[in-house]
Design a binder for this molecule. Structure first.
Ligand SMILES: [Zn+2]
Length: 86
């Protein structure tokens, strides 16, 4: 599970747009990362950081124990990058 320190918790905020696609959808291997941030594997809970516009990593490069099942990533923390707004 992603962590923050008591002193860095203030840098996180609840989104005011939780219905946006990148919060609602899950993304398969090789699909395009919709927003920069921390993503969680819906099967094993492994977490990765990915940048908007990149591809999610291939299944054979993930070290998590659910290799036999189809892997989907869900956004758990979106980073705020200057310029892109997300
Ligand atoms: Zn996994």
């Amino acid at each position: 599970m992603a962590q923050v320190a008591i002193d860095t918790k203030k840098y996180l905020s609840l989104t005011d747009k939780p219905s946006e696609d990148h919060w609602q959808k899950v993304y398969g291997i090789g699909s395009k990362v919709p927003a920069s941030g921390i993503y969680r594997c819906t099967t094993c809970g492994d977490e990765i950081t990915s940048n908007k516009g990149d591809q999610f990593p291939p299944q054979n490069k993930t070290q998590h124990p659910c290799q036999d099942e189809k892997i989907y990533w869900e956004l758990i923390v979106m980073t705020q990058t200057k310029g892109s707004g997300r």
